[in-house]
Design a protein around this ligand. Structure first.
Ligand code: NAP
Length: 280
């Protein structure tokens, strides 16, 4: 068996063409140009790069952006004020608060201060709850991008056993909820899971979302499984060891070029949707 590559890079590129056409249509009909506001607190170079990639994607599809950079010693109150200002700015359709924020900030309070209709990164408690209940809401961008990738490649989820390794609020937990909503049978693993190998061996679909290079071993993954790796580490490796998998799994994401581009695509796609709703 030769694994099908779930090519997020080319899918995101194609979808950007569609987004660009939709933005042109919206503005051509007199609608305001959609815009994403990004907030970066501090000067972490990786976070700055991620934010820049999102701003670049906005530009590619003809959307506007506002980049807000706050000093590393910003307080929760100061950040909340900034979020409130953006909530009230009609020129802003989506708000992205880059995670992680410096430790003196109450990140949850700041995420939850984002207006639901502008929560295009799907980080608010309310948005998560609505999504988990199957109600209309913007999903957390990374799992939403993964779902788009799975659907595009016709990966069957209904009745399949999905094992999600990781339970973070932005990735593992919403991923599990989305797979459950797609009628998969879902197991969620984390740092206290006993015998991770045994859990992963049961999986028809494995989602690696642990943030540790190759923590999930190739030999744990059963033949014919679908392998989704959200991790990206120095040397171009992910959270899942890939040795030999390309010859025995059904489908897998490349690292890089799998999940990353789909995350950004989900974010800008949801920003456009927010703008379309605001223009109704
Ligand atoms: P995170 O907040 O650090 O969460 C990591 C999760 O992994 C936690 O739930 C943790 O369990 C679990 N874990 C840690 N060690 C484990 C172990 N030995 N066995 C089983 N589970 C273990 O990370 P995150 O933000 O969700 O990110 C996860 C990965 O996805 C990272 O590689 C990150 O870079 C990547 N990511 C990619 C994108 C993208 O756009 N491509 C976006 C976001 C994240 P506990 O809850 O018990 O601590």
């Amino acid at each position: 068996m030769s694994a099908q590559m779930l090519d997020g890079k080319s899918l995101a590129k194609n979808r950007e063409q569609q987004l660009k056409a939709s933005v042109e249509r919206l503005t051509g009909q007199g609608g305001r140009k959609p815009a994403l506001a990004t907030i970066l607190v501090g000067d972490d170079p990786s976070s700055a790069t991620y934010v820049q990639m999102k701003v670049n994607a906005c530009e590619r599809v003809g959307m506007g952006s506002q980049s807000i950079v706050l000093p590393i010693d910003t307080t929760t109150e100061q950040l909340l004020l900034e979020i409130k200002r953006l909530n009230n700015d009609p020129a802003v359709n989506g708000i992205l608060l880059q995670h992680p924020v410096p430790e003196q900030i109450n990140e949850r309070a700041c995420f939850d201060a984002i207006a639901l209709e502008k929560d295009v990164d799907g980080v608010t408690t309310q948005g998560f709850g609505r999504m988990a209940m199957g109600e209309k809401a913007f999903g957390s961008a990374t799992p939403a991008g993964i779902m788009t990738l799975l659907k595009h490649y016709n990966v069957e989820m209904e009745g399949k056993h999905a094992v999600v390794v990781g339970r973070s609020p932005i990735l593992g937990k919403p991923m599990a909820a989305m797979l459950l909503n797609a009628n998969a049978t879902v197991t969620v693993c984390h740092s206290r899971t006993v015998d991770l190998a045994q859990q992963v061996k049961q999986a028809d679909i494995v989602i690696g979302a642990v943030g540790q290079p190759e923590l999930i071993k190739a030999q744990w993954i059963k033949d014919g499984a679908v392998v989704i790796d959200a991790g990206y580490h120095a040397g171009g490796i992910g959270d899942i060891e890939k040795h030999g998998l390309e010859n025995r799994v059904k489908a897998m994401t490349p690292v890089p070029g799998g999940v990353g581009p789909m995350t950004i695509n989900a974010l800008i796609s949801q920003t456009l949707e927010s703008a379309q709703l605001a223009n109704l």
